[in-house]
Design a protein around this ligand. Structure first.
Ligand SMILES: [Mn+2]
Length: 308
């Protein structure tokens, strides 16, 4: 029986966020038997050693350099996994890890795909989040890097963050789709509107239903792309269902509807994997959020496990 290979990579860093307690994600999910659950779903599972900050940063500049180093390391790991034709699960950490995850995936795809120009790839990304994460150093009041990964992946903001693996933008605006947005600042909206990035706000989800929105998002990112993935910030989910996050925002997505919608997407062989971020165990209620994170992971991978 053919088993799909999956690489699980922990990114145990929280220095991109103001609330610095979201580095427990990898340990929390491991303790809740993520490995066994994936094996039961017929995956061949390998865990990498978690990526951890070298030291506690002492200034904004130092924070940038610590995150940059961690993201470079993460990018090498996702690069290697995708090159080896494995699917990936990245467990943050704060959402700054996305800069590393998708830079590495971009690099692997642009070196693998036939008929593509150097430094281009057809990577699609569904970004599920309460926030736009589209700040740059210039527009951010807090300077928190977990508010910047979308801008960085599009090629805007700090030059070093935009240049991991290569100087090319990692995601083209037309290949990105944001889902669940309900908290953002004018500068972020301006950037995404200028670039024409597709955004499904909470109002759209209320109107169309989450399953429909996720199917539209999937169609959108598949249009030009041979491969695509999901980046899930757990704060997209309503704090009632996912209290264990760093920056809770009320009026979010229902946890059970998210799991159902992810299942209904039937992610297939063109699906690269999922990144789960911002789990903050110290605010969690009896592992409620961590358990939901595991359900979301399994929902994304249900199609492949049933097929075998
Ligand atoms: Mn986020």
């Amino acid at each position: 029986m053919h088993k799909r290979e999956i690489q699980v990579i922990g990114f145990a860093s929280c220095y991109g966020a103001r609330d610095q307690r979201c580095d427990t994600g990898p340990v929390a999910l491991k303790n809740l038997q993520l490995t066994t659950k994936l094996e039961n779903a017929n995956f061949d599972v390998e865990w990498s050693n978690s990526i951890t900050p070298h030291h506690k940063p002492e200034s904004n500049q130092d924070t940038l350099s610590v995150i940059l180093n961690n993201c470079k390391e993460l990018a090498r790991q996702t690069y290697t996994a995708v090159k080896a034709n494995k699917q990936i699960i990245v467990i943050g950490g704060d959402h700054s890890c996305a800069i590393g995850t998708w830079s590495g995936v971009h690099s692997a795809l642009s070196s693998t795909l036939p008929n593509t120009l150097p430094n281009t790839s057809q990577l699609g990304l569904i970004w599920i989040d309460a926030h736009m994460d589209s700040h740059t150093m210039e527009t951010s009041d807090s300077g928190a890097i977990h508010g910047m990964p979308v801008a960085s992946l599009l090629g805007y903001g700090d030059k070093e963050l935009c240049s991991i693996e290569s100087e090319a933008p990692k995601i083209l605006p037309e290949n990105l789709c944001l889902v669940g947005i309900r908290s953002y600042e004018p500068a972020e909206l301006k950037l995404l509107n200028q670039l024409g990035v597709k955004v499904f706000y909470m109002e759209d989800i209320e109107e169309l239903g989450l399953s429909k929105v996720m199917q539209l998002a999937q169609k959108h990112v598949r249009k030009n792309c041979s491969r695509y993935g999901v980046s899930l910030d757990l704060d997209a989910i309503d704090p009632e269902d996912a209290p264990g996050v760093g920056s809770p925002e009320s009026h979010g997505i229902s946890g059970s509807k998210l799991v159902q919608a992810l299942k209904s997407c039937n992610f297939n062989d063109d699906f690269i994997g999922i990144e789960i971020t911002e789990l903050n165990s110290s605010r969690d209620e009896v592992d409620k959020t961590a358990r939901l994170a595991i359900e979301a992971i399994l929902a994304c991978l249900s199609q492949q496990s049933e097929k075998t």
